[in-house]
Design a protein around this ligand. Structure first.
Ligand code: NAD
Ligand code: ZN
Length: 246
């Protein structure tokens, strides 16, 4: 309870808060993360690891297998935002949260109402033809299952705007994320093992007063945090938010 009260005080006092999150933010929406006990890395259903199958080279070489894995494991069209997404959207609307920086590709922050979201690894909701660049919605992609999605304009393969292993992050998004983190007075990190680089390295730019870590498992950044909460992120944020703003 003391931790929740401490988080309530942080939320109430923060003026330029930034949230930095990962797959753990969406587990309460039913989307598995990578490294938890029930995460995708623990499922042995293929000769290839998720890192191999979500690699740029694998996509280029084995498109049918890539898309089978991708649609079965990374795309969750029925998932709905949870309390973590909702509280963050409310904090932004109240003027206290400047931005969400996320490693997630599910689009649930925007669905919950967040406006300033830097998606470091892209989004399954944006897809572009590899030949003519035409935009395709997630629905258009899903309607072509189980075949490899092709462009309605030119028939070429469509690629998700998701940063695969072996690909570089978009410069603009990285700059935007660094700008937000640099100016933040409070950085709340949650639902991420902080083991995927270069994304995790961006938190080094934080220069503000208070670093909060909300994660089920320990991370390498625990030593740097002023407040560590080992709980479910949706539940934790909701409890602290309802105390701070009621
Ligand atoms: P990760 O799987 O490496 O780590 C997730 C962390 O979140 C773990 O430390 C776990 O203890 C914690 N966690 C899980 N559920 C939680 C909860 N309810 N409350 C608090 N903590 C919780 O994820 P990562 O660090 O984001 O790195 C994996 C990479 O894969 C990232 O690029 C990520 O975006 C991508 N990915 C995205 C999605 C998605 O878009 N929803 C899903 C799976 C993986
Ligand atoms: Zn095309």
């Amino acid at each position: 309870m003391d931790e929740i009260n401490a988080l309530r005080d942080v939320l109430a006092a923060g003026r330029r808060m930034v949230f930095f999150g990962g797959a753990g933010v969406s587990t309460e929406s039913g989307i598995p993360d990578f490294r938890s006990a029930s995460g995708l890395y623990r499922r042995e259903e293929s000769a290839y690891s998720p890192e191999e199958m979500l690699h740029h080279d694998f996509f280029m070489q084995y498109q049918p297998q890539f898309y089978e894995y991708y649609f079965n494991n990374l795309v969750h069209p029925a998932a709905q935002p949870n309390d973590a997404h909702r509280v963050l959207a409310s904090l932004e609307a109240a003027g206290n949260l400047a931005a969400v920086v996320t490693q997630n590709v599910d689009g649930l922050h925007q669905q919950a109402g967040s406006r300033t979201v830097a998606e470091l690894h892209g989004s399954v909701r944006r897809n572009y033809c590899m030949n003519c660049g035409a935009f395709h919605s997630l629905e258009e992609m899903l309607s072509q299952r189980p075949t490899v999605p092709v462009c309605r304009e030119c028939g070429s393969v469509v690629k998700p705007d998701v940063v695969l292993y072996g690909e570089t992050l978009h410069d603009e998004t990285v700059c935007e994320a660094i700008g937000h983190i640099r100016q933040a007075d409070v950085l709340i990190i949650g639902g991420t093992s902080l083991s995927v680089y270069p994304a995790a390295g961006l938190i080094e730019y934080f220069n503000g007063d208070t670093l909060v870590l909300i994660n089920r498992d320990a991370t390498t950044y625990d030593r740097a945090a002023q407040l560590i909460i080992r709980g479910k992120i949706g539940e934790t944020l909701q409890k602290a938010w309802s105390k701070a703003y009621s």
